[in-house]
Write a protein that binds this ligand. Structure first.
Ligand code: SF4
Ligand code: SF4
Length: 444
């Protein structure tokens, strides 16, 4: 087990990483003095308590996608927990190498899903990044908190209308063949944009709309991409909900779910956005919220416990409907490859939801992408912050998709869909769009 290899994406030595892990396995008070390093911040008892739940069995390690890439213990869950314990104990000062090992975690929570000791790894790594955010130096703080990334996040990526306009301009430049201009406009995020627009062709979804209202009102959370790359999924969701008899209301005051803040060392930013969203749906007289996208749904789960709102992702919501609520749907003879986002599998515990939903549509041939349980590398802003890692994790997915030759690839999370479609010419859609297409045929 080589504990001293730095992350391939970076050149900083990881000697202190090894020291931290050794520190955890040995006797902390007997370790060499850290006097030459900056004084550690006060202990974080919440981090320490979660980290001490880990018995260091290592069962989670082979399930970790970042460990699989580097084979460096410090890029796996056990190593990261050791780092956090060392930091929270005050035994390990944070340097750039330690930061990178923690920062590059995808928060996929594959480790948490297999941990026999019930370590709350997701909570731990989010708290760990918030702890890094308290460091003074830019090299120690999470990358997402660098000024240019914060500006990109807060001024564009989390602004629904602005992102919609920017997406429209980008698409127009691509359609006009001005690829060099498109590359200059998109800069550092250009590589993470889809080669062709997400969604099924419009002819596959129009006609399923209706003005349902007899069954009740549903609040629709469209997310930051609901007027940009995910607009086709938003349209399909409205169509399907309306066709099933529901009035759909999309409060304009809704905002970003806060996931990028929560996983990027800014829990306060996430809290502010959660409360703004709760107020937006409450003021619109709604107590049931349907979310497009499993990552947003995962982040908004707290609205259920803290605010009493009923929150469901559209795949999950459709699955909860009794079969009697579904119209009889004619066969749709498509080959559909299913991608399972980590937020759906590990955060929500709904690994089979997309398959179960699409099994209600006769005629579909459902195909699983190989190693569906392994993160594709998108992981919110990680695709921009750690592009090499994201590309290496995506490559086998694209190979599997190519071998399956599907008519359409579905993913219940727009971040994953965007990342996959940035790597190949794919017809990429949300599961609800396939339902909308089936309803279209039902309506003739
Ligand atoms: S959340 Fe994912 S990337 Fe992070 S340590 Fe766990 S398995 Fe590895
Ligand atoms: S997180 Fe869980 S599975 Fe991983 S080493 Fe710790 S106790 Fe074992």
């Amino acid at each position: 087990m080589d504990l001293t290899t730095p992350r391939a994406e970076f050149s900083q030595p990881a000697a202190r990483t090894a020291l931290t892990i050794a520190t955890h396995h040995c006797n902390l008070p007997n370790m060499p003095s850290q006097a030459s390093h900056p004084a550690p911040l006060p202990l974080d008892e919440a981090i320490r308590a979660d980290a001490l739940d880990c018995v260091m069995c290592g069962i989670c390690v082979p399930h970790c996608p970042t460990f699989a890439l580097s084979q460096n213990e410090a890029d796996g869950p056990r190593g990261r927990i050791s780092l956090l314990l060392g930091i929270s104990d005050g035994a390990l000062p944070v340097d750039e190498s330690v930061r990178d090992h923690l920062d590059a975690c995808l928060t996929c929570r594959a480790c948490e899903s297999v941990c026999p000791s019930g370590v709350a790894y997701g909570r731990l790594i989010d708290a760990g990044r918030a702890r890094l955010a308290r460091e003074d130096g830019a090299a120690q703080r999470p990358r997402a908190l660098a000024r240019h990334w914060r500006w990109l996040r807060d001024l564009l990526l989390t602004r629904r209308h602005r992102l919609g306009i920017a997406w429209g301009v980008y698409r127009a430049t691509r359609l006009l063949g001005a690829d060099r201009l498109a590359r200059r406009l998109t800069g550092v995020i250009g590589h993470s944009l889809p080669r062709r627009p997400l969604g099924l062709p419009r002819s596959q979804t129009t006609g399923a709309s209706g003005s349902g209202s007899q069954r009740g009102k549903i609040g629709l959370f469209v997310g930051c991409t609901g007027e940009a790359m995910n607009a086709p999924a938003a349209r399909a969701t409205r169509e399907v909900l309306a066709a099933m008899g529901y009035q759909v209301i999309t409060p304009s005051a809704q905002t970003c779910c806060g996931a990028m803040h929560a996983h990027g060392g800014d829990p306060e930013g996430a809290r502010v956005r959660r409360e703004r969203n709760a107020a937006a749906f409450r003021e619109a007289g709604l107590d049931e919220v349907v979310v497009i996208g499993t990552a947003c749904r995962s982040e908004l789960a707290e609205l259920e416990t803290a605010q009493g709102l009923r929150v469901r992702e559209i795949t999950e919501w459709l699955l909860e409907r009794e079969p009697a609520e579904w119209p009889s749907i004619p066969a749709l003879d498509w080959r559909v490859a299913i991608h399972t986002p980590c937020s759906q599998r590990n955060h929500l515990g709904q690994s089979d939801a997309t398959r179960q939903l699409l099994e209600r549509i006769p005629g579909l041939e459902l195909l699983d992408i190989a190693d569906n349980q392994r993160c594709c590398g998108a992981a919110g802003m990680q695709v921009m912050l750690y592009p090499q890692q994201a590309g290496r994790l995506r490559a086998p997915k694209l190979q599997s998709i190519e071998s399956l030759q599907p008519d359409v690839v579905v993913s219940a999370n727009v971040g994953c869909a965007t990342h996959l479609a940035a790597g190949a010419e794919l017809t990429m859609a949300q599961p609800v769009e396939v339902v909308a297409a089936a309803l279209t045929r039902w309506r003739g």
